[in-house]
Design a protein. Structure first.
Length: 70
């Protein structure tokens, strides 16, 4: 009886699908503007550029995760 249970457990362990692993660097957040509310025109431009860079970084990571899992 014990041998039967061990064989059944081994067979069930082999039935799972292969799971792709996502590299940890793709799971880190992408920073956008981190600071006080922009007060001058120059600060608004720097904040907009930082937000755009953060969005592009996040979209690139999402695409890479999609390729890994797809």
């Amino acid at each position: 009886m014990c041998r039967c249970l061990i064989i059944c457990a081994a067979l069930l362990a082999g039935c799972g699908r292969n799971v792709a692993t996502v590299p940890p660097d793709l799971l880190t957040p992408c920073p956008g503007w981190q600071g006080q509310t922009p007060a001058s025109e120059g600060q608004v431009i720097r904040a907009a550029a930082a937000e755009k860079a953060g969005r592009l970084c996040a979209n690139g990571k999402l695409q890479a995760v999609g390729e890994v899992l797809g």
